[in-house]
Write a protein that binds this ligand. Structure first.
Ligand code: BEZ
Length: 224
């Protein structure tokens, strides 16, 4: 299992686009690796199709996308035609690789297996895991959903927007934040320093405790 902030493991994998070494394939980009339980299943088809639709957004943020299940490369290649058809978009080339982890080596390494979801031989399948990996190959987010619940990939994009912003500026993004909305000054910045940085642009929300930790500013731009 990899924990938040730890180095994401490197491995070799067979994929629908040939053999890759994860770190080499990622190069200096951000990445998301996400797993699904099984090819030719309904929820998984909707999820991988949604990632095709959102692919230009992942590209805009400089994020490489890779999927994974325990099915074979041949299965992935046949299933990809169904996913392309389901997107109802003109997709000439499926935009991202799908890892074929038949041996479950990667799924075991990353703690993705779901003991409640098994194949015809009773062997566990992968749950719906998502990992966000930063350009230094650190793991920055990990989520694990059950097989019966499809994920929301707009939320994954929202987290990446937040991670990229908060890596550049000393702010944190509040509940339901979206790109362009106000953000919170980091609670670790002392009041005098916050005043020096933000001056009148910082709005303080008074609370019964009298503690001055709810400090709101406009989303910083790269020049601010
Ligand atoms: C699905 O993708 O629809 C699915 C896969 C495994 C278990 C339940 C649902």
């Amino acid at each position: 299992m990899v924990l938040l902030g730890e180095q994401f493991p490197n491995f070799s994998a067979e994929t629908s686009m040939g053999t890759i070494q994860l770190h080499e394939w990622l190069d200096n980009s951000w990445g998301i690796l996400f797993s699904h339980p099984n090819d030719f299943t309904p929820v998984c088809t909707t999820e991988l199709a949604r990632v095709v639709q959102l692919y230009p957004e992942f590209q805009r943020l400089g994020v490489k996308v890779i999927a994974l299940s325990c099915n074979s490369v041949e299965s992935h290649i046949t299933w990809i035609e169904d996913i392309k058809s389901y997107t109802k978009m003109q997709v000439s080339k499926f935009p991202y690789p799908i890892i074929a982890d038949e041996s479950r080596t990667i799924a075991t390494l990353l703690g993705m297996l779901d003991p409640d979801e098994v194949d015809d031989n009773g062997i566990p399948l992968t749950a719906r895991a998502v990992f966000i990996i930063d350009p230094l190959k650190k793991m920055r987010l990990s989520i694990l959903y059950p097989a019966t619940t499809g994920r929301n990939f707009d939320e994954i994009l929202r987290v990446i927007e937040s991670l990229q912003l908060t890596d550049r500026h000393r702010v944190a993004t509040p509940v339901d934040w979206k790109k362009g909305e106000d953000v919170m000054v980091l609670p670790t910045i002392p009041p005098e320093e916050a005043k020096k940085i933000y001056g009148d642009k910082m709005k303080l929300i008074n609370v019964p405790s009298g503690k001055q930790y709810l400090r709101i500013v406009a989303q910083p731009t790269d020049s601010s």
